[in-house]
Design a protein around this ligand. Structure first.
Ligand SMILES: *Cc1c(COP(=O)(O)O)cnc(C)c1O
Length: 359
């Protein structure tokens, strides 16, 4: 495909991803640190991110969907463990040697049946839901499995895992409650290694350390300690070109709904990105970009394919010049705060029309 000089450019700094993984490994006061690369590594490219982390020594990867696991196996080759958090039916991975998370008693029984029929000890994770009410065995199912653990016998139970609901709020009482519930269940199940912390969980201290941490967001530069300085390196740089400049008079408006009216003679730069590219419409009038070190405010509504910035005070503005939408001090967390969401959604929304560069 020909490269389009009028499209945005999304650069992913793989050495920053690796540095972030190493920092998490230092901070995790337990065992191994995996990498969560679901949703195409939060929009940044699961194959290049996965290969960089594999080469740095990461041995366990988590995806959400079976198809993500199959694609990652292609990218990584045999060796690394790949866990599918949403699970899949026995045999559906067509010998890609993916590990299912078992999220219900029915999952456990289906995999136990398959193991007996095929005489194979499938590698599996058992997911206990200790406070999310979302995915995994609830407490009643977990107690039934404890009373009657026979279905686990033919399986190779690699990990028992749980997921924290409030890890980004260190003082939330649910954190300690989940840790206690998890220990109370796992202690009575057949012995297996344990997996607890996500990115923020790693920073909660030794009570949340386990044999395998599962960070995603922090690998990609999102602050795992909201309200405190971000210990992670920034990974993403997003720029998009100016398509046109125009001069408007005081009193003239910009964009849909005429939501911005100039109070002085102004120069407006029209930039090639919009909400179809994941530049959220909620950012209308609430965001900024950087051009040659100068801050330029977003004015008017975010359109599907276009953004408008006030470049009256940015003499470098010219058609073809790229403005920085993420980077140069603008973080996914900053955009998220302005849009009323979280950095995760900013990253996973980054659209397919950007040219992605992994360096
Ligand atoms: C997405 C996910 C993670 C990673 O969480 P981050 O907050 O991105 O570190 C870990 N475990 C489970 C079960 C998940 O669904």
């Amino acid at each position: 495909m020909a490269t389009d000089a009028r499209a945005g450019l999304l650069s992913v700094d793989l050495s920053a991803v690796v540095a972030n993984w190493r920092l998490l490994r230092e901070r995790h006061q337990g065992g191994e640190v995996a990498a969560v690369v679901k949703a195409d590594a939060y929009g940044l490219g699961a194959a290049p991110v996965g290969r960089a982390l594999r080469d740095a020594g990461c041995r366990t990867f988590f995806v959400a969907h079976l198809a993500e696991g199959m694609a990652l196996r292609q990218a990584l080759g045999h060796g690394p463990a790949i866990v599918v958090l949403n699970g899949f039916r026995p045999g559906a991975d067509e010998d890609a040697a993916l590990w299912p998370a078992l999220n219900s008693l029915a999952d456990v029984e289906a995999w136990a049946d398959s193991a007996r029929v095929h005489g194979m000890r499938h590698k599996v994770l058992l997911h206990l839901d200790t406070g999310m009410a979302r995915l995994g065995l609830d407490s009643r199912e977990a107690e039934r499995l404890i009373q009657d653990p026979w279905p686990l016998v033919p399986l190779d139970l690699r990990y028992v895992m749980t997921h924290l609901a409030c890890a980004d709020e260190p003082d939330h009482p649910l954190n300690a409650a989940q840790a206690a519930r998890f220990a109370g269940l796992a202690d009575r199940l057949p012995a297996a290694r344990r997996s607890v912390a996500n990115s923020s969980g790693i920073f909660l201290g030794p009570a949340f350390a386990s044999d395998l941490a599962r960070p995603g967001a922090a690998l990609y530069g999102i602050n795992p300690t909201p309200g405190r300085p971000n210990p992670m390196r920034q990974v993403v740089r997003l720029t998009a070109p100016i398509l046109q400049l125009r001069e408007i008079a005081a009193g003239e408006s910009v964009g849909y709904g005429a939501s911005f009216t100039a109070t002085r003679p102004s120069r407006i730069a029209t930039v090639a990105a919009g909400y179809a590219d994941g530049y959220l419409r909620a950012l209308s009038g609430r965001s900024r970009a950087v051009l040659d070190g100068a801050e330029i405010p977003l004015v008017g509504r975010v359109s599907m394919d276009l953004l408008t910035f006030d470049v009256t005070d940015a003499p470098a503005a010219a058609p073809g010049r790229h403005v920085t939408l993420i980077g140069d001090g603008i973080t996914p967390d900053e955009l998220a705060a302005a849009a009323g969401t979280i950095g995760y959604e900013i990253l996973t929304s980054l659209g397919p029309r950007y040219r992605r560069i992994h360096a």
